[in-house]
Design a protein around this ligand. Structure first.
Ligand code: RNT
Ligand code: ZN
Length: 422
């Protein structure tokens, strides 16, 4: 068990260390506290959803591996899990729902028929917790997506079906935003693509553009709804071509004033998503981050405090863009305690943003502007061993959430008392 007095002492030391660089740790924590991470509901149940009891994925682009016991099988279980996660995190977070997580009460509701009534119990719950909601159409795990195309489908019946689905998700998200007093981001990701070399890339892309224009024909107030678009380089079953590539959505978002989603598992491994932030922010108002961890061909491992996440956080903070960058998690790993997966990932994101907020950027920039490259490198290296962990521990202590390794035993207890009984 961590002792609060020791944490306090370590914080005082850390405070002095950062003050020597002109950084005020209290102010950094105040800024960190304003960051609300949108927790993806789908790590609780391996992207199953509640359309039918015990819904299973139909293997069309989203694949989860692992069979760790205790996944959420009902809305009540999911809520309980998310509440537990939130209890183990300092600060206030949001919840990110997918359309297949509606409260359908055992009824079969087609995706082109969903309305806000299927999400009202979520909204009521979010209101009770004082949190915001975000939303996503689910254009996968469905027979009409089995051939690999949804919004860019050449089958007009299917294309229309998906257009209607996405239109409805925007309406529902706007309602969530209105009722909760914080805009809901509705993020559109479609798996559309082909396993082998197509010859009509152009045809598919013009269909996707047409569908999106139909979907966005209706305007909603910005205070209720924010629309975002997520690209991908390749996926399982779409190795040769993804219709919604980065260039496609970048062009679309810039011309239509939409938000670009950057999922850091969706780019070539040598590309740095952190580098894209200041580039895109010159042309779009906002970004949405889907923080993830790509490993070889998989884009969805649990986030850890690695170089990639650090650069993303640094570049957001350095660009003074915390109010223009929406932050969400996106990974699914069924091979470990799922509550643990959230807490490790969300804390890694908080640590990365804290690390960035504790950077004396102006000081380093001065060296950079004067061409003092050694001094810049030295400062960046020195920061790596400064006691930012002590600052984070103090943040946890002042939020009355488990400090440092104490969350491990809390999660073990939850597994024993709750998860193992499912
Ligand atoms: C898939 C995308 C997308 C999904 C979620 C479930 O590659 O990253 O964001 O993970 O919609
Ligand atoms: Zn994503």
């Amino acid at each position: 068990m961590q002792d609060k007095k020791t944490v306090e002492k370590a914080y005082q030391y850390a405070k002095e260390q950062y003050a020597a660089f002109g950084i005020n740790t209290d102010e950094a924590l105040q800024k960190l506290d304003k960051i609300n991470i949108s927790l993806h509901c789908w790590q609780t149940d391996d992207v199953g959803g509640f359309e039918t009891p015990d819904a299973e994925l139909s293997g069309d682009g989203i694949q989860v591996t692992g069979n760790y016991p205790g996944k959420a099988r009902t809305i009540e279980q999911l809520k309980k899990d998310i509440e537990k996660v939130m209890d183990l995190l300092p600060g206030k977070q949001r919840l990110n729902l997918h359309a297949i997580y509606g409260d359908f009460k055992g009824e079969k509701v087609e995706r082109d028929q969903i309305t806000v009534k299927h999400f009202q119990s979520w909204i009521d719950w979010a209101k009770k917790l004082g949190i915001g909601l975000d939303f996503n159409p689910t254009c996968f795990s469905h027979p009409y997506a089995d051939d690999g195309f949804t919004l860019s489908s050449k089958n007009e019946k299917y294309r229309k079906f998906w257009v209607e689905h996405v239109k409805r998700t925007r309406k529902i998200a706007a309602d969530m935003g209105k009722q909760l007093g914080t805009p809901a981001v509705n993020n559109i990701w479609v798996p559309d693509g082909s396993k082998d070399v197509p010859v009509d890339r152009n045809g598919y892309r013009s269909l996707l553009k047409k569908s999106l224009d139909e979907i966005f024909a209706e305007e909603y107030p910005k205070e209720y709804l924010k629309d975002s678009l997520e690209s991908k380089l390749f996926g399982i079953g779409s190795e040769a071509m993804v219709v919604g590539s980065h260039e496609f959505y970048m062009g679309y978002a810039v011309t239509r004033k939409k938000i670009i989603t950057l999922d850091n598992g969706h780019f070539h491994p040598t590309e740095q998503v952190g580098d894209k932030i200041s580039a895109l922010l010159q042309f779009v108002d906002e970004l949405l981050l889907h923080l993830s961890r790509g490993v070889r061909w998989d884009s969805d491992h649990v986030v850890i405090f690695n170089d990639e996440i650090q650069l993303i956080a640094q570049e957001t903070v350095r660009a003074k863009a915390l109010d223009r960058v929406n932050i969400a998690l996106d990974y699914f790993d069924g091979s470990l305690n799922r509550i643990g997966a959230y807490v490790v990932g969300a804390r890694a994101v908080q640590l990365a943003f804290l690390y960035a907020l504790l950077e004396p950027t102006e000081l380093i920039k001065k060296e950079e502007d004067e061409g003092k490259n050694f001094e810049r490198l030295a400062l960046l290296e020195l920061l790596k061993t400064k006691p930012f962990g002590a600052v984070y521990d103090y943040y946890c202590a002042s939020n009355n959430v488990p400090i440092s390794e104490d969350y491990i035993s809390e999660i073990q207890k939850y597994e024993c008392d709750v998860l193992s009984k499912r």
